[in-house]
Design a binder for this molecule. Structure first.
Ligand code: PMP
Length: 393
């Protein structure tokens, strides 16, 4: 297979570059690079802070970006909150529960979670005395939902889970998980960091309370994140400062409403310009077309690794962008370093998902993940080098 979109990425048009780590961060297309450069060349302004043209155009960038995100995930602009990334979004939501959660309550997460969707809930429960329940996974990485209802009935206030695991590569059945929680009045937070570039995400269809993702996983530069909140006014700001107040006196303040009270400080204009243009880029191709291409390529990748002796795959056979695996004798960091010498970028380690790997009986593994720019050449280079690595040990 040959990617029809690779030519958009200058960073990949060098010889011997096989970037197979888009699950960590995606490369940025030239249209996004140009848009950022143009924004800066036209002159920087602080949005909402001035009557002059640079400030007004920054205000417009933010307004347009919010609208584009809202259209992309099917919600209202007022439900879109800008953050630094998925990690900050989840911390923001967890922090909002700190005042109301009691020792009689519980929070539910799953064994699949990235540490970004685990540590904030661990701390919240440590601070409030609430219980943290963990939904287990089966040996094939699928969620084991047998005790789901029971955990929800344990005075659960919120269930936080990933849309698409960064190790297993499986899309969870959001609709069912959310519907079951909603029936017993439990709020839901979905970590969409991995799903957003591979799945057509739709807030109207899912009906979750919170959904979050990061710009750098969907072909924007780093520094931007999105938190969708069904009712943003129910959240408390993580940070206090400029741009979020109605009135401030020397000993008190009153906050604006909705998303406006949640975005204190000057916005990251470079990141938001990038995000806005990355959304245009994805929309110009179509998320469904991207997903279909990546799924077929991932199947090829899965089968090729599966054919290798001595390597064991731990990701799901139905994964649509990720293949996680390990060698029976050689440490994954050694393999990743040797692959890097041939221009092959894969991730090695625990992937910030230690409880997930522990559940699968593995300490660390390699992960190859595809983006819309990868093609069969990348897979061939990876396989050739995975075989030759063995000869070095
Ligand atoms: N959740 C998942 C599933 C992820 O893969 C990641 C990034 N690896 C995060 C959360 C955290 O995203 P960020 O570092 O952009 O905040």
């Amino acid at each position: 297979m040959q990617s029809p979109w690779k030519h958009h990425f200058c960073s990949l048009n060098k010889s011997q570059t096989h970037y197979l780590d888009s699950a960590a961060t995606a490369q940025v297309p030239q249209v996004v690079v140009k848009a950022i450069s143009q924004y800066l060349s036209n002159g920087s302004g602080n949005p909402g802070r001035g009557a002059y043209s640079q400030s007004e155009s920054a205000t417009l960038v933010i307004k347009e970006c919010r609208k584009k995100i809202a259209d992309f995930i099917h919600c209202n602009s007022e439900q879109v909150i800008f953050t630094k990334g998925t990690t900050e979004s989840i911390n923001l939501v967890a922090n909002s529960f700190a005042k109301t959660l009691t020792p009689n309550d519980s929070i539910l997460v799953t064994q699949l979670e990235h540490h970004a969707n685990l540590l904030p809930w661990q701390r919240l429960c440590q601070q409030t005395g609430a219980k943290l329940n963990i939904l287990p996974i089966k040996m094939n990485g699928e969620l084991d939902l047998r005790d789901y209802q029971k955990s929800l009935n344990d005075n659960c206030k919120l269930v936080a889970f990933s849309h698409y695991s960064n190790v297993i590569g499986l899309t969870n059945d959001l609709t069912q998980i959310i519907k079951t929680a909603r029936e017993v009045g439990v709020l839901t937070l979905v970590d969409g960091a991995q799903a957003i570039s591979h799945v057509a995400v739709n807030m109207k269809k899912y009906d979750c309370d919170f959904y979050t993702f990061s710009g750098h996983k969907i072909y924007a530069s780093g520094g931007s994140g999105i938190l969708y909140a069904k009712k943003p006014n129910h959240l408390l700001p993580l940070l206090l400062g400029g741009g979020i107040v109605k009135r401030v006196e020397s000993d008190n303040y009153s906050l604006l409403d909705g998303f406006q009270k949640l975005e204190a400080g000057s916005s990251n204009m470079v990141a938001l310009t990038g995000l806005s243009n990355a959304i245009d880029f994805i929309q110009s191709i179509g998320i469904v077309e991207i997903a279909e291409y990546e799924k077929a390529l991932t199947k090829e990748l899965y089968q090729a690794i599966n054919h290798l002796q001595n390597y064991t795959i731990i990701s799901h056979p139905k994964s649509s962008s990720i293949v996680s695996f390990y060698h029976k004798n050689i440490h994954c960091h050694d393999i990743a370093s040797i692959l890097a010498q041939s221009g092959i970028s894969v991730r090695a380690g625990h992937h910030c998902s230690q409880p997930c790997l522990t559940a699968l009986g593995v300490k660390h593994c390699l992960r190859a993940s595809v983006g819309l720019y990868n093609d069969s050449d990348d897979i061939e280079a990876l396989i050739k080098n995975l075989v030759s690595v063995e000869k070095m040990f």
